[in-house]
Write a protein that binds this ligand. Structure first.
Ligand SMILES: Nc1ncnc2c1ncn2[C@@H]1O[C@H](COP(=O)(O)OP(=O)(O)OP(=O)(O)O)[C@@H](O)[C@H]1O
Ligand SMILES: [Mg+2]
Length: 478
């Protein structure tokens, strides 16, 4: 039954059934109507034939005068064998007594059925026998001289098999034609369905190759229909996968590189102590201090990385509470005052009203600290760093402004990537690992907020954080 699972065969069967059912119903109704029509026609035909014979009997006055009886009987017999009649002819008198019967079987008997009774009451009638292919027509024979006097009746019984045999031929032809038409429709849909199945097969092969890791795949998209749209969507997906894979590889090499730098300094420092004789104690102390700070750096990188990974996997649950944003920001600034003082940077804080937001205080403090630390770090001595808190009915806005070195336009979208540091800061002593903003960004997104940067090189930077006052769990998978 495997073939049945293919779309083409299913379409074939569907189209076959969909066209065959109405066609058969239509044919059956049509054939029924035709049968009624043929029977009606045959009734009229036999009535007129019976009338012809009744006329003849009337003209010859047989029933009235009772003369030439044998001649009358043989006339009836011969007429019944005539080519265009070929039927049984029975003649009865006005009491139903059989005067003549071409088959001879009912002679001298009395026939008085509904039809004969009607005919004797001048109601001529033809009808088909209910369970046989026989047509009977009964008409009255009237007196030649008195049209109102009924002398008897003529009954014709004819076999109408010919009507049924031609109806049967027609039936088989019509049903065969319906079947052929439906098969043809099914076949047509089978053939045309390749328009759908072929591209689907191509897409399937494409997906299989992607699954095997061949990400640089592209499908050829022809036209603009839904299939083409699907093709475009697949290409887009492949591009995205490629990007993800690329950034994953970059990430791994960045991590290795970042970890390698402090490790190689440690190695150089320790080796120079090991391979030197009579090293003075001061040198030991100095080198160990350097080694210690490299270890600190390694520690920082690793804990930042761990934070990022946990945020990525949403491993740390969000601990949402109502937080006074002014209080939280002031606490952060308090911690950073020594750093700003050291660089002679003026820290300005501006807020005009109480603002409470539903956030995870610990995570949000970390995100905001990163931004303010950056502002201090990348602003030369004597500069200003300003933090402004505002809100509207739905959101809180926290602006961090500095008068520092700024960020080039083409780098502004990249600074949120892991390990990204701008050209200006890459080789500087002050430069960190480039993980701070990645953590900040992730945290803000987890709060359903957003972050924007505006900056002019050499003039300073402004980061604007937007966060909803009420937290919704929508879109956050915990
Ligand atoms: N206020 C700013 N002014 C100028 N450049 C900035 C500012 N903030 C960030 N940058 C640039 O963006 C880069 C990325 O910032 P990020 O905070 O992620 O890393 P970092 O400060 O170098 O290291 P750390 O992981 O220790 O925070 C920085 O290296 C710097 O080049
Ligand atoms: Mg930073």
């Amino acid at each position: 039954m495997k073939w049945f699972q293919s779309l083409r065969w299913r379409l074939f069967i569907l189209f076959f059934i969909v066209s065959y059912l109405p066609l058969t119903i239509f044919s059956t109704v049509l054939l029924g109507r035709m049968e009624t029509y043929f029977i009606k026609k045959s009734e009229l035909e036999w009535l007129s034939k019976a009338n012809g014979i009744a006329m003849q009997i009337k003209e010859a006055n047989y029933l009235k005068e009772n003369k030439n009886y044998n001649l009358f009987k043989s006339l009836i017999k011969s007429r019944s064998h005539e080519k265009d009649l070929n039927c049984r002819i029975v003649v009865v008198d006005n009491l139903g007594f059989v005067v003549a019967d071409s088959s001879g079987t009912a002679l001298n008997k009395t026939i008085m059925n509904q039809q004969v009774f009607s005919a004797l009451s001048r109601q001529d009638k033809a009808e088909k026998a209910p369970d046989a292919h026989i047509m009977t027509a009964a008409v009255s024979v009237v007196d030649k001289d008195d049209k109102n006097k009924v002398l008897g009746a003529v009954i014709l019984s004819a076999n109408i098999d010919d009507i049924y045999s031609s109806l049967d031929t027609m039936k088989s032809q019509v049903y065969l034609l319906s079947l052929a038409t439906s098969l043809f429709t099914g076949l047509l849909s089978f053939i045309t369905s390749s328009f759908i199945t072929k591209p689907l097969k191509t897409l399937m092969k494409f997906v299989q190759r992607i699954t095997r890791g061949q990400l640089e795949q592209k499908v050829d998209v022809v036209g603009k229909d839904e299939i083409a749209e699907l093709g475009n969507a697949f290409n887009h997906m492949a591009e995205q996968l490629q990007q993800v894979e690329q950034s994953r590889q970059e990430f791994v090499s960045n991590v290795s590189h970042e970890l390698k730098t402090p490790l190689s300094s440690i190695k150089v420092l320790t080796e120079s102590l090991i391979f030197q004789d009579n090293v003075p104690v001061e040198m030991y102390q100095e080198f160990f201090q350097d080694i210690n700070s490299e270890v600190d750096r390694l520690n920082n990188i690793i804990s930042d990385l761990l934070t990022l990974v946990r945020l990525d996997q949403r491993e740390i649950p969000m601990n949402i509470t109502s937080v006074d944003l002014n209080e939280m920001t002031q606490n952060i600034l308090k911690r950073l005052i020594p750093l700003a003082k050291k660089k002679e940077i003026k820290l300005v804080y501006e807020s005009h009203k109480d603002i409470t937001a539903e956030i995870d205080e610990v995570k949000f403090t970390l995100a905001l600290s990163n931004l303010i630390e950056n502002a201090i770090k990348y602003t030369p001595s004597g500069g200003d760093v300003k933090v402004i808190i505002q809100s509207d009915l739905q959101d809180a806005f926290i602006t961090i402004q500095d008068t520092g070195i700024g960020i080039a336009k083409q780098e502004q979208s990249k600074i949120f990537e892991r390990f990204y540091r701008t050209d200006k800061t890459r080789n500087r002593e002050t430069g960190g690992t480039g993980l701070g903003l990645a953590i900040t960004y992730k945290t803000i997104v987890m709060h359903n907020g957003s972050i924007q940067v505006e900056s002019e090189e050499g003039e300073g930077s402004t980061f604007i954080v937007q966060v909803p006052l009420r937290h919704t769990w929508e879109g956050v998978v915990r």
